[in-house]
Design a protein around this ligand. Structure first.
Ligand code: C5P
Length: 207
């Protein structure tokens, strides 16, 4: 089997409006770290670009810690390789301005101006790209559409409104959705088992 260079993004990003306040989401990084671990266990060269999470680096994985979406985009852009697996829950927006000092309550207008963050998965150049999608309700139709829009080989979609699936859980029930419209629904399984399946998919898609 050919050794692949695989870049994985994981965890949330933080978008600061001042030194002590940020926009983010409840991603814990478990799924992305599991993908990095599974790919490394299969002998691949793995770069893990991680947002702020409290997890240990899997054995044999090169880890780059980042905070914001723009930092994550820069690290992914510098990594290059065969496959990008974008598991991170990237904040879609950031505050237009980041104050150097803590904002005073009285100086806050009650309205926060936001600008769009770069779409890392869409803009990164890798021969094979795999995305993740969290939706509430059946994620498959939207995932197939996104596959085509972002030129992805596959989207791993999950319904985050279901118990034991999504943010923070140890298990996940996912559907593998491809641009050709095929959807393979997997049973609920551990995130590591999902990750091992994705690692094998990386090899098949690159072959
Ligand atoms: O379009 P949506 O945000 O639902 O797409 C989710 C996928 O895109 C995930 O794989 C996520 O890691 C990736 N993404 C990204 N950069 C963004 C937003 C999402 O890489 N700014």
């Amino acid at each position: 089997m050919k050794k692949l260079k695989i870049t994985v993004t994981a965890g949330p990003t933080r978008e600061y409006l001042d030194p002590v306040r940020f926009l983010s989401n409840p991603s814990t990084g478990k799924m992305g770290f599991a993908v990095a671990r599974a790919a490394a266990e299969r002998g691949h060269e793995v770069t893990l670009v991680a947002g702020p999470v409290a997890l240990k680096t899997p054995k044999g994985v090169r880890r780059i810690d980042v905070v914001s979406a723009r930092e994550m985009a820069a690290a992914v852009g510098a990594s290059q390789g065969d496959v990008l697996v974008a598991v991170a829950a990237v904040a879609d927006w950031r505050p237009r301005k980041r104050a150097a000092k803590k904002l005073k309550k009285r100086d806050m207008a009650g309205v926060l101006e936001l600008v769009r963050n770069p779409d890392i998965l869409k803009t990164a150049e890798f021969p094979v790209k795999i995305g993740f999608a969290a939706e509430t309700g059946d994620p498959a139709p939207e995932a197939v559409r996104k596959c085509r829009e972002k030129k992805l080989a596959m989207i791993v979609a999950n319904d985050v409104s279901e118990a034991g699936s999504g943010f923070g859980a140890d298990t996940n029930r996912v559907a593998l959705c491809r641009a050709d419209g095929t959807v393979e629904r997997l049973p609920k399984m551990s995130k590591l088992a999902v990750a091992r399946r994705i690692a094998r998919e990386c090899e098949n898609l690159r072959a």
